[in-house]
Ligand binder design. Structure first.
Ligand code: 5GP
Ligand code: ZN
Length: 114
């Protein structure tokens, strides 16, 4: 989608600090990091939010999760872990309407969220 920020990052129209890319997924650092490690894992397929994901997207969603833990480990967070978050629609405070998995690590994170 040409009017979607993350589709434009995928196409290279908007620059990003990429961590990982394959034919289905892209991972890049969040522009406004909320922890020492904060990156996003997104599918190249445009899915607006988790509520819009179809049953046939289940394998893709699983790949996002697994790639997220691999990349968090590579960032030195294997022992202490971190937080994997998908904000969804208005109550979830989603601001970019292309599904994205936040991956945060490198500090102790509070719970519950505000
Ligand atoms: P949301 O609030 O939708 O869950 O998260 C969107 C995230 O995208 C935010 O953490 C925000 O900092 C990040 N973001 C917004 N615009 C850009 C951008 O142009 N580049 C990068 N790398 N991250 C962005
Ligand atoms: Zn998109």
């Amino acid at each position: 989608m040409s009017d979607c920020l993350f589709c434009r990052i995928i196409s290279g129209g908007i620059p990003s600090k990429k961590i990982y890319e394959d034919n289905e997924l892209l991972a890049f650092y969040d522009i406004s990091p909320q922890a020492p490690v904060h990156f996003l894992v997104i599918p190249k397929k445009h899915i607006s939010n988790l509520m819009e994901a179809a049953p046939e997207d289940a394998v893709l969603l699983g790949k996002m999760l697994h790639k997220a833990q691999e990349l968090l480990s590579e960032q030195g967070c294997a022992e202490k872990g971190g937080r994997f978050v998908i904000n969804c629609k208005s109550d979830g405070m989603q601001t970019v309407e292309h599904i994205h998995l936040h991956v945060l690590g490198g500090r102790s994170l509070g719970w519950p969220p505000g």
